[in-house]
Structures are given as structure tokens and as C-alpha cells.
Design a protein around this ligand. Structure first.
Ligand SMILES: NC(=O)c1ccc[n+]([C@@H]2O[C@H](COP(=O)([O-])OP(=O)(O)OC[C@H]3O[C@@H](n4cnc5c(N)ncnc54)[C@H](OP(=O)(O)O)[C@@H]3O)[C@@H](O)[C@H]2O)c1
Length: 322
């Protein structure tokens, strides 16, 4: 399959997006809402999130996945399940299991008649492999403690439930999204601008496959359309591999602040994705990483626009040549 196509291969259908106020769910719900009826579910404690959904023709649904009854949710044709306990909320392993694993099973059971169900898992379900990019058949590991464990459990519950009720399902293992709504590259840019060091794992270069917003919208919608029985499990990442060292150097070049790297075992190991299966079933990503990084920096730091526009675009490989 070739590069990312126009996202809306789903038209005139009803779609539920959970985690619709989040970095992954929101842009996908927004794109789907151009040509579908979209329900955006989350706890929505902040009224601004509700207003943001409504402004994009997404019907907000206030639900707590860890506590509320799923049977009251509207009937739909597709479910994109991005809602999850992350960060501090996932530190309570009981809550992480409730939201990230049990609730996913309850959702599949509720939506056993849908055309396609996507469960958002994570690249952090893998044990670190020093010498090769992470493949779908590599063994599980606890990259992020209880969060990773809850997602490993979530995958198993979703595969059981989808098999039990013949629900066409795709499990996407998400690696490092980035764009106007943030992501690890945006966090590193903020550290750079604040003059703080960037902590990286001693196994240099720290390889990643960041996936820009336009691409994750396109590939997210495609994941709904290719959902199948038995469940398809696929990495979801940028087609290009780039090291954190290289993209930070590039961001530093754009904003005129050279990065300072500190290598420590306390830093997370790199998440380097094997995208062979993704290319076969979802296609390739289209946004070159330098374009994505520049667009991210421009969107998140409009005060730097002049600097970013004036910065010459260095030729590919400029770091190696320097
Ligand atoms: N972004 C990445 O790079 C990345 C990487 C790996 C995996 N993932 C996976 O992708 C999915 C989306 O992540 P994200 O980056 O978009 O996270 P995010 O920006 O933190 O968004 C999380 C979403 O889940 C909702 N949510 C959290 N707890 C909930 C609950 N108990 N009930 C209902 N909704 C709840 C949040 O809204 P409320 O707080 O309003 O409820 C929000 O809409 C997650 O499943 C995550 O594990 C993301």
C-alpha cells in the first residue's frame, strides 16, 4: 500500500471515539466528523473540552470508562477506543486495569455488532530489544510499569472478547505521536527552549518512529476499515526511523538553541518500531519527519514563527556532514 490517503474512507456512518478530548482521539474524531455522525466520549470535566468537541460537530458524551454503565452508549457502526488512564492516573494499578483493560472488554461486549473496533494499545507493551526494531511477535515487557501491564492485559481481554463475539478488531500499538497537540518531541522542544538538558538512554542513537498528526489520523481511520477476525495486531508509527539525537539537533537548529544531551540508565529505553506489517495492512506515513517537526514547532510556539521561517532548511544528513 502506498502513502497515507485522504482520511475519510468512512462516510455517512455513526462512530464512537473514546478519549475524544485527547491527543490521539480528538484529531481522529474531528476528521471523521466531516462526513459522519461522531460521538466523542470522555469524562469531560473541563467545559472547554466539551466546547471544542461541539465546535467540530462531535457530539460529546460524558462517561467514565472505569465506573459507568456502557449499555447507555449510543448504537454505532465503528468504535475507535482511545480513552485510557495514562501518566499519574495509571500509577494506581487497580485503576489502570479497570480503565485500560476491563473497560475495553466491556466496550467490545457492548459493541459486538460493529463493523470495526480499534483498541489503542502502545509500543510500551514490548520488552526492550537492543538490536532490532520492535516487531509484533516480540515478547511483552514493562517499559512503563503498571500502565504497560494494563495495556498488555487490555490487549488480551480485547482479543478474547472480539473472538468470543466475532467483532472485527484492530489493536494498534502506538509509538510516539507528535504534532500541534504535543508528544515526546514537543516535550523535548520545550526542554530545549527552557535551556534544560535532554535525558536519553545510553544506547545511542535513541531510535524512534514518531508519527505526525496528519498521518495518525489517516492510519487511525484506516485501522477501523481493516479491522478483522481474528484480531489484527499492528504497530502504528512513522515509516521513517529517526533518532531523538537527530530530531533534537534539528529542532535546536530551527530555534537557535543547541541541545545538551545527558545519557542515563534512568531514561526510558528507545521505542524503535518495525513497520513492515503496518506498511502491508495500513500503508506508509506521508509526512517527512523534518516537515513534521517544523510544523509542530510552528504550531506550538507561534512566538518563534519568524525564527522558524527564517531558519534555512538543512539538507538531509546535515548532522552527519557537520
Ligand atoms: N499519544 C501517544 O503517543 C500514545 C502512545 C502510546 C499509546 N497511546 C494510547 O493512545 C490512546 C490515547 O492517548 P492520548 O495520547 O490521546 O492520551 P490523552 O491525550 O491523555 O487522552 C486520554 C483521553 O482519555 C480520556 N479518559 C481518561 N480517563 C478516562 C476515563 N476514566 N473515562 C473516560 N475517558 C477517559 C481523557 O479525557 P478525560 O480526562 O476528560 O476523561 C482523554 O480524552 C490511549 O489509549 C493511550 O494508551 C498514545
Amino acid at each position: 500500500m502506498s502513502t497515507a490517503q485522504h482520511p475519510n474512507s468512512i462516510v455517512d456512518r455513526q462512530v464512537l471515539v473514546t478519549g475524544a478530548s485527547g491527543r490521539v482521539g480528538f484529531p481522529i474524531a474531528r476528521a471523521l466528523a466531516d462526513s459522519n455522525t461522531v460521538y466523542g466520549a470522555a469524562r469531560l470535566a473541563d467545559p472547554e473540552d466539551t466546547a471544542r468537541l461541539e465546535a467540530h460537530n462531535i457530539t460529546p458524551i460524558r462517561v467514565d470508562l472505569g465506573r459507568d454503565d456502557m449499555t447507555t452508549l449510543p448504537d454505532v457502526d465503528y468504535v475507535f477506543h482511545a480513552g485510557a488512564a495514562l501518566g499519574r492516573e495509571a500509577a494506581d494499578w487497580r485503576w489502570a486495569f479497570e480503565v485500560n483493560a476491563q473497560a475495553a472488554g466491556r466496550l467490545v461486549a457492548r459493541y459486538r455488532d460493529v463493523t470495526g473496533f480499534v483498541y489503542c494499545s502502545t509500543g510500551s507493551v514490548y520488552a526492550y530489544q537492543r538490536d532490532h526494531p520492535l516487531r509484533e511477535d516480540d515478547p511483552p515487557g514493562l517499559h512503563l510499569g503498571a500502565y504497560s501491564l494494563s495495556k498488555i492485559a487490555g490487549e488480551a481481554i480485547v482479543q478474547f472478547a472480539a473472538g468470543q463475539w466475532n467483532v472485527p478488531t484492530t489493536i494498534i500499538r502506538i509509538f510516539s505521536t507528535y504534532g500541534p497537540l504535543g508528544g515526546a518531541p514537543a516535550d523535548r522542544l520545550d526542554r530545549l527552549l527552557a535551556g534544560r538538558e535532554i535525558r536519553l538512554h545510553p544506547d545511542r542513537p535513541n531510535r524512534f518512529n514518531p508519527i505526525y498528526e496528519d498521518d495518525y489520523v489517516a492510519l487511525g481511520i484506516r485501522a477501523l476499515t481493516v479491522a478483522r477476525v481474528p484480531t489484527l495486531v499492528v504497530n502504528w508509527a512513522g515509516s521513517e526511523t529517526v533518532s531523538a539525537e537527530e530530531y533534537c539537533e534539528y529542532l535546536g537548529h530551527l530555534v537557535g538553541v543547541p541541545p545538551r544531551f545527558v545519557y542515563t540508565e534512568a531514561a526510558y529505553s528507545p521505542l524503535w518500531a518495525d513497520v513492515t506489517r503496518m506498511h502491508e495492512v495500513l500503508g506508509r506515513t506521508a509526512v517527512p519527519w523534518r516537515d513534521g517537526m517544523r510544523r509542530m514547532a510552528t504550531a506550538r510556539h507561534p512566538e518563534l514563527t519568524d525564527r522558524l521561517e527564517d531558519a534555512p532548511i538543512p539538507a538531509p544528513g546535515f548532522l552527519r556532514d557537520a
